[in-house]
Structure formats: structure tokens, C-alpha cells
Design a protein around this ligand. Structure first.
Ligand code: T4K
Length: 392
């Protein structure tokens, strides 16, 4: 067990300071969308009066119904975080123990860990230069007789090449699962991304535009999956006398469900503000040699979760790290999502990255990515500083 000192040491190794009050003038990469306290108070009174605080309560049921409608998907089931949602999504398909799941190293640790935690093996493949999502050609090159699934990530809200991935999955009889942690509310060609593949998982962590402080959502285009997901989420318990399968505790409580209901009312407004901010960032940064901005394709409705830039040091003359430090000197805390990539972690260091290129593109990209503060707390004065730092 970790002692207190050890926990403190781990916390102090994090470089970005933590916001500690509303007067803090620092600007962070994200800021939680929080409902009005008085509205939450009304819900708290209702919950307290009912004495029903978790285990599929009425607010939980209501939030699931609203999310299913919003995302236009028959199965939308809440989880206590996105990671447990991913673990359950992989379990849903009963993949053979020890089989390979092809994924991307350019993601948060949770993606790869959810595979390993299930007794499956992550097989890492390269990303596309275009939007840093999993490269379908590399996926095809990585398939063996031991491959059972593809776990693709709509990284930064950039949508994967679904047409190519679903064709590969069909051809090789693989399950296709999406880690959609960054893509809540997105559409591709007008279709909700929650309906793509066999299942999708969203994160409702505090750093996500739509959040329940901690939380997640597992969606599936098949209504028939609801019973299995319900059991997997609830220890395999069907009723007081029957435990019918191995399950976990993935339930979300009533207080967080209330926050979800309130944040759902705020979501579109915050998304619009971020869309305008994206426009401002593009104005400021477009045209700077060596600074690559991520544009949204016409057929995608962006989730507006992250604003990503890539810095090519050979062209720009300075590195991504130089820029990050220069911003920090002005108390603007950008983040290097996702550097290190999964194959840099101790637990996956021996795992190769399969690529159709001579050298995996992701090895170059990981040194260039930078996510800038992206939320409605970013003001004109911050943009001015960002502009000056980038153009200097
Ligand atoms: N798949 C993908 C692709 C993911 O990106 C994630 C999570 C998952 C799966 C798993 O979903 P969950 O199990 O988490 O639901 C954050 C989040 O903790 C994590 O949810 C997220 N991805 C990842 C990309 O980012 P950190 O280490 O960057 O968080 P932290 O604590 O440094 O926060 C970043 C900044 O946000 C802070 O500098 C300030 C601000 N912040 C943060 C918190 C927690 C606040 O202002 N208030 C807060 O309460 O991981």
C-alpha cells in the first residue's frame, strides 16, 4: 500500500499547478463546466428527501434517457468513469482471453490499460498524419490470427476513418470499438458517432466539456446489449437471488447524475463558445510557419473538447517544449496530450508500433503536439498573450 509520503511525492511530481480559488489568474488547459449551485441544491434536497442515492436511481434513469435521445442511440448506459466503461465495452464482446486488440499509442493511458486489465494484449499501430487517429493501413498490417478487436480513439475529437476501419473489421471478422472519450456530441456525415462500430465509450470526467465530475457512458447501436451491460456494470447481479455473470461496480450515483442533468442544459452554450474560441485561435495561429492547426472537416460536427496544435521545430525554429515553457512563464498552462505515448510507459516499452512507414509517424507527432487552454474562461487578453508567444 502507498504511504502518505509516497502519495505526496507523486502529487508533487506533477508540473502544472492546481487552481485553488476563483481569483487565481492562471489559465489551465481545461476548466470544469459546473452548474449553478442553487439548481444543484434543489436536486440535493430531492435526493436527500428520497433517501435513494445510488443503484439505478430516478435521476440516473432520467439522465440515461436524455443521453440516449441526445446521442440518437438506443443503448446509452452511464458509468462511474470512462475507464470502467472501456473495460466493460471490451467484456461485452467476450473476446478470447489473451487475444490481440489493435489500438493507438497516441491516447490517454486508460485506452491501453483497459485492454491489458481484461487479460487481452494491446497491439499498437501508427496514426495518420492527417488527424492523428489510428491509421487503417497500419491496422490491416497488424492483423494476425490472434487479433480479436480494434479499439480506435477519436483523439482530441478528431473522428477516425470509420469507413475504412469498419470495412477492415468486417473483412477480418473483428469487433470495432471506439474510445470516444473526447467526442461527446460529435457527428460524422450527420450521424451520431455514438452509433458507430459495436460500441463507443465517452468520458464525463471534470476535464470534459460535458461532465459529471467523474463519469462515463457506454453506447451501442444494439438495444439488445442493454441487459448484458447492466449486468456487467452491477456485479453480474440480476436480482436479490441471482448473480448470473462476473461483473464490476460501474454505477454512477444520484448526485453526479443530477450534475449531469444540469450540465446537459449548459452543454450546447459552452460548445458554441468554444467553437467561437476555435475560430479565434485559428485566426491567431494560422499562417505561422511550422505551426500546424487542426481544422475540422466539413462532414464532422466537432465536439469542441480540445484545441490541438502541432509544432514542427525544423520549420518553426523552436520546439513544442519551448513554447509550453514560454506560455507557462505567462501562467498559461498548455498540456502535451499525449506525450509520453503509451509505448513510452514502462509497462508497454517492449511493445512495437506497427506502421506502414519506415518510421512510425506517431514518434514524430508526440514531440509536436500541444493542447492549448480551451474553454469559455479563455479571454481576449489570454489570446493576445498566446498570439505574442507564438509569433515572437
Ligand atoms: N480515453 C481517453 C482517450 C481519455 O482521454 C480518457 C481520459 C479516458 C479514456 C478515461 O476516461 P476517465 O476514466 O478519466 O473518465 C485528464 C483526465 O483525468 C482524464 O479524464 C483525461 N482522459 C485526460 C486526457 O486528462 P490529467 O492528468 O490531464 O488531469 P489534470 O488533473 O492534470 O487536469 C488537467 C487540468 O484541468 C488542470 O491543470 C486544471 C483543470 N482541472 C482539472 C480538474 C481535475 C480543473 O480545473 N479542475 C479539476 O477538478 O488527466
Amino acid at each position: 500500500m502507498l504511504g502518505n509520503n509516497h502519495a505526496l511525492k507523486i502529487a508533487s511530481q506533477k508540473k502544472t499547478p492546481k487552481p485553488n480559488n476563483t481569483a487565481d489568474s492562471s489559465l489551465y488547459v481545461s476548466r470544469p463546466l459546473l452548474p449553478d449551485l442553487s439548481r444543484l441544491q434543489e436536486y440535493l434536497e430531492q435526493i436527500w428527501a428520497s433517501q435513494w442515492v445510488t443503484n439505478n436511481g430516478s435521476l440516473h434513469i432520467e439522465l440515461e434517457k436524455r443521453l440516449s435521445n441526445k446521442l440518437k442511440v438506443p443503448t446509452a448506459m452511464l458509468f462511474n468513469n470512462g475507464t470502467i466503461g472501456l473495460m466493460v465495452a471490451l467484456k461485452l464482446f467476450d473476446l478470447p482471453s489473451g487475444s490481440d486488440v489493435i489500438t493507438t499509442p497516441m491516447t490517454f493511458a486508460a485506452t491501453a490499460h483497459s485492454i491489458s486489465w481484461n487479460g487481452l494484449k494491446p497491439v499498437f499501430v501508427d496514426v495518420t498524419e492527417d488527424n492523428l487517429t489510428i491509421d487503417p493501413e497500419a491496422v490491416e498490417a497488424a492483423i494476425t490470427a490472434n487479433t480479436s478487436a480494434i479499439l480506435a480513439v477519436h483523439c482530441y475529437g478528431c473522428i477516425c476513418d470509420h469507413e475504412a476501419l469498419s470495412a477492415i473489421a468486417r473483412k477480418h471478422r473483428l469487433k470495432l470499438i471506439y474510445d470516444a472519450a473526447h467526442a461527446f456530441g460529435s457527428t460524422l456525415n450527420g450521424q451520431s458517432i455514438a452509433t458507430l462500430g459495436g460500441a463507443s465509450v465517452f468520458s464525463f470526467h471534470a476535464t470534459k466539456l460535458f461532465n459529471t465530475l467523474e463519469g462515463g457512458l457506454l453506447t451501442s447501436p444494439n438495444a439488445a446489449d442493454q441487459e448484458t451491460i447492466y449486468l456487467l456494470r452491477n456485479f453480474g447481479i440480476r436480482d436479490e437471488e441471482q448473480v448470473v455473470s462476473v461483473g464490476i461496480n460501474g454505477k454512477l450515483n444520484e448526485v453526479q447524475s443530477a450534475i449531469g442533468l444540469l450540465n446537459l442544459e449548459l452543454f450546447e452554450d459552452e460548445r458554441l463558445k468554444r467553437r467561437a474560441l476555435r475560430g479565434r485561435y485559428l485566426e491567431i495561429l494560422k499562417g505561422i510557419d511550422g505551426v500546424i492547426v487542426q481544422e475540422t472537416p466539413d462532414n464532422v460536427d466537432n465536439s469542441e473538447q480540445y484545441f490541438l496544435v502541432r509544432i514542427d521545430p525544423l520549420v518553426y525554429g523552436k520546439t513544442r517544449d519551448d513554447l509550453k515553457v514560454a506560455l507557462e512563464a505567462k501562467k498559461i498552462y498548455a498540456r502535451k496530450y499525449f506525450h509520453p505515448i503509451c509505448t513510452d510507459y514502462e509497462c508497454y516499452r517492449e511493445y512495437p508500433i506497427i506502421s506502414v512507414r519506415e518510421r512510425p509517424y506517431v514518434e514524430k507527432a508526440k514531440k509536436e503536439v500541444l493542447c492549448l487552454p480551451f474553454h469559455s474562461g479563455v479571454e481576449n487578453r489570454h489570446l493576445q498573450i498566446v498570439r505574442d508567444v507564438f509569433r515572437r
